[in-house]
Write a protein that binds this ligand. Structure first.
Ligand code: ACO
Length: 149
């Protein structure tokens, strides 16, 4: 399984100072969905190595239905690059909008916390192939220090 989607309601306990869902809470959901996706793929324990390219596009309202979709975008030797998209909307209408997107990298580790190889993931659909290419280009640019910010 190369993708997983978590679904739940945004509880009042997640409120920020502006009355919407706290950005740190959204980041926690992203990490949880990415962890579930990576661990399911690797069938081993995984840890987060890097979180990048996060973009908060729209706020999430308290009480909204939230979907956090994590999908494999690219695998290395031990690393799994996972694209996470967060969508939210009014539960009464079911109309969902993309609110946040992010790229997270996990690695599979053994009982001593040392990295171990994971099965390669081969994208098959045009959408998955395009995503894999974008992530690979992003990784190459990060390695050569060409990313801004
Ligand atoms: C789910 C959670 O919340 S876990 C809690 C938060 N995470 C942690 O506590 C992890 C703490 N960090 C660690 O234990 C170690 O740094 C480890 C195990 C993750 C990595 O150990 P190292 O031996 O230094 O790893 P190494 O440098 O060989 O990199 C391992 C892989 O990560 C990749 N990687 C490392 N840094 C980055 C980065 N900044 N961005 C993208 N990929 C990276 C490497 O390219 C490599 O990929 P590959 O095996 O597919 O070629």
């Amino acid at each position: 399984m190369s993708s997983i989607t978590l679904r739940f309601l945004a509880e009042p306990s997640t409120v920020n100072f502006g009355g919407k869902v706290h950005g740190g809470t959204v980041m926690k959901w992203i990490d949880e969905a990415g962890y579930a996706c990576a661990t399911r793929w690797a069938k081993r324990s995984c840890v987060t190595v890097s979180v990048g390219s996060i973009r908060f596009q729209r706020p999430i309202l308290i009480g909204d239905l939230v979907e956090v979709e994590a999908r494999l975008a690219y695998t290395g030797r031990s690393s799994m690059n996972i694209a996470v998209e967060v969508r939210s909307g009014d539960i009464k209408t079911g109309q969902m909008n993309v609110v946040t997107d992010c790229l997270v990298v996990f690695v599979a580790v053994d009982a001593d916390g040392k990295t171990i190889p994971v099965e390669a993931w081969n994208p098959e659909t045009p959408g998955d192939m395009a995503l894999a290419q974008r992530v690979k280009a992003h990784l190459d640019a990060a390695r050569t220090g060409q990313l801004g910010g």
